[in-house]
Design a binder for this molecule. Sequence first.
Ligand code: COI
Length: 356
Amino acid sequence: MQEIKIELTKNKKAKPADQSKLGFGNYYTDHMFVMNYDEGEGWHDARIVPYANLALDPAAMCLHYGQEVFEGLKAYRTPDGGIALFRPEKNMARMNLSNERLCIPQLDEAFAVEAIKKLVEVDEDWIPTAEGTSLYIRPFIIAVDPHVGVHPAHHLLFIIILSPVGAYYPEGLNPVKIYVESKYVRAVKGGMGFAKTGGNYAASLKAQDEADKAGYTQVLWLDGVERKYIEEVGTMNVFFVIDNEVITPALQGSILGGITRMSCIELLRSWGYKVTERRLSVEEVAVAAKEGRLNEAFGSGTAAVISPIGELKWDDDIMKINNGEIGPISQKLYDGLTAIQWGKAEDKFGWVNRIK
Ligand code: COI
């Protein structure tokens, strides 16, 4: 495994004074990890350096054609003063899936996990300790060849940055209102919907902006062909509880294979719930809501954790879910999952990767 050189900063930044007001993505730590890829040489020059602006050629390909991928995971301060990561090897495996789709060279997954651990260790005094807070880890890869012709890059950077965060949505664990999107589409099978790449998020901005103006927190995407089947919420995967069966859209290439999604399915099944991964039409959800069989709905994601859905708007149909309150399954999942992540419950599944 290659060596990681470390250059410590001489100018440590002031940390946010009030951990209850961190929000999401507002602060960055003192250091970052950087590694270069050059064709013929592979990934090389792994280093941790003071957090700083990047110098990029204005023709750098990532700025023009969006050849980039990213990941999101968190480090948690455990009650014994330790540091825990949640299934980081799954994130790095997913990053390589995204890399494959975007013609980006594969990473050594074990080495990438080591790089994350080393960086978090260097900046460990940035891990917040207030209830519900953590250190968000954002690994990403960008194509940097200075070339405005369209082709897969020969030169790239793998970078990891860290951000102390609280809840992603201002609502916290209060239910969010979601707008079912019937005009725009996010992804189609054969596209890049399953990859974690900026283009998918750029494609969501217009719909997100319109939903926001209508008073909704996020957009629920439908499939791009028939505009009937539920896909995901862009920042999270979704689950619906109908007649006490937990249903989540199957992974068919157009939605992200969430690591929180996968963990929710495993946890729910271990508790004896029936969980089904299948195609689910918005119509089926609307009918269940009308007939009083839609028990609850929630989203899952690294940033969003478990986010109950209190209202769905599908054209003129406004579905109130569980009286706009958090349901028992969402609450149990939030409690069960976060207890494992923060090291407060036994890690029966072997999901926790301790740094110390
Ligand atoms: C995450 O949950 O880690 C994400 O990447 C979602 C988002 C903040 C884009």
